[in-house]
Design a protein around this ligand. Structure first.
Ligand SMILES: [Fe+2]
Length: 293
């Protein structure tokens, strides 16, 4: 299946189009054996939630036609465009000096921030200054420091139900998903802004996404499903329905090298992160806002 012209990509990465690859769609998670994760004293094969779908692995460069299909126009905004780029050198230098990328685990990341209050303050200030021009005169806020083990094909999982001190192997990966909450519907998911996620680790990480707003995915399902089935589709189960009925819709993958960022409305499109091939701890910093430029 060809990608449709919906979510666009504003790409300022030094690698340009070479940072992007595309595949031929998705499969139910049981079709693939996830790679073994060996890190620190843990060794496990990640497990998925029962209804998860995952990307096929036939990544290739995009054709000229596909790149044109993603080229942003003047209608670009916080929910119809994914922005890719690199943080300014001064901010990069600040994060480098903090040596977050030398951290072996989550605790070490926090210790590096805590033991360098001045550098942490400077990084926060520089990050704020970097984001202001992109914030569309709206509020933005720090969301989290995201930490993942290396070599996890699709990192997203829900840890809120796990007991304190859980092992990585206890997590259940969601597969390609929309972030969504109970506060939103498929129709309103585009109204909740977007996020910027900056890679602060040592390795490349990947951002995977399907370039369809949820509303469009829903429309495609409406044309495919019986009325009885279609009325079951909601913000929580839409990935399941979509990937079951459109397994050939391609997934796009962005390589995010250290200090590179993506900005995406992750409530409004199917996506996930990947640390496949990595050897070191994955560290990223995430802000919520309505970023666009
Ligand atoms: Fe997500």
């Amino acid at each position: 299946m060809k990608i449709k012209r919906h979510i666009m990509v504003h790409n300022s990465l030094p690698d340009g189009a070479n940072a992007l690859t595309i595949n031929s769609g998705t499969v139910f998670h049981t079709h693939h054996q996830p790679p073994v994760v060996k890190y620190l004293d843990e060794e496990f094969v990640p497990e998925y939630v029962a209804h998860a779908y995952v990307n096929k692995r036939d990544w290739r460069k995009l054709t000229a036609e596909e790149l044109t299909c993603l080229t942003p126009d003047e209608t670009r905004n916080d929910h119809n465009t994914i922005y890719l780029g690199e943080i300014p050198n001064e901010l990069k230098a600040c994060f480098k000096e903090l040596e977050l990328d030398e951290s072996a685990d989550r605790k070490e990341v926090y210790v590096r921030f805590q033991s360098n209050p001045e550098l942490t303050q400077k990084a926060t200030q520089l990050l704020h200054e970097f984001l202001v021009p992109y914030a569309n005169d709206k509020k933005f806020n720090f969301h989290c420091i995201g930490i993942n083990f290396p070599n996890i094909e699709l990192v997203a999982c829900n840890t809120t139900m796990l007991p304190e001190g859980y092992k990585q192997a206890d997590k259940k990966c969601l597969g390609i998903h929309n972030d969504g909450t109970q506060l939103m519907t498929i129709e309103t998911a585009h109204e909740f802004g977007n996020r910027i996620s900056i890679n602060l680790g040592k390795d490349s990480r990947y951002f995977l996404f399907v370039n369809l707003p949820l509303k469009v995915a829903r429309k495609m399902l409406e044309e495919k499903l019986s009325t009885d089935e279609f009325i079951q589709v909601n913000i929580s189960n839409i990935p399941e329905y979509f990937f079951k009925h459109f397994p050939d819709y391609p997934v796009i993958r962005v390589e995010q090298k250290p200090y590179q960022y993506y900005i995406a409305a992750t409530d409004n499109c199917f996506h996930d992160g990947s640390t496949l091939g990595g050897k070191h701890l994955d560290v990223c910093i995430v802000y919520f806002g309505n970023f666009q430029y």
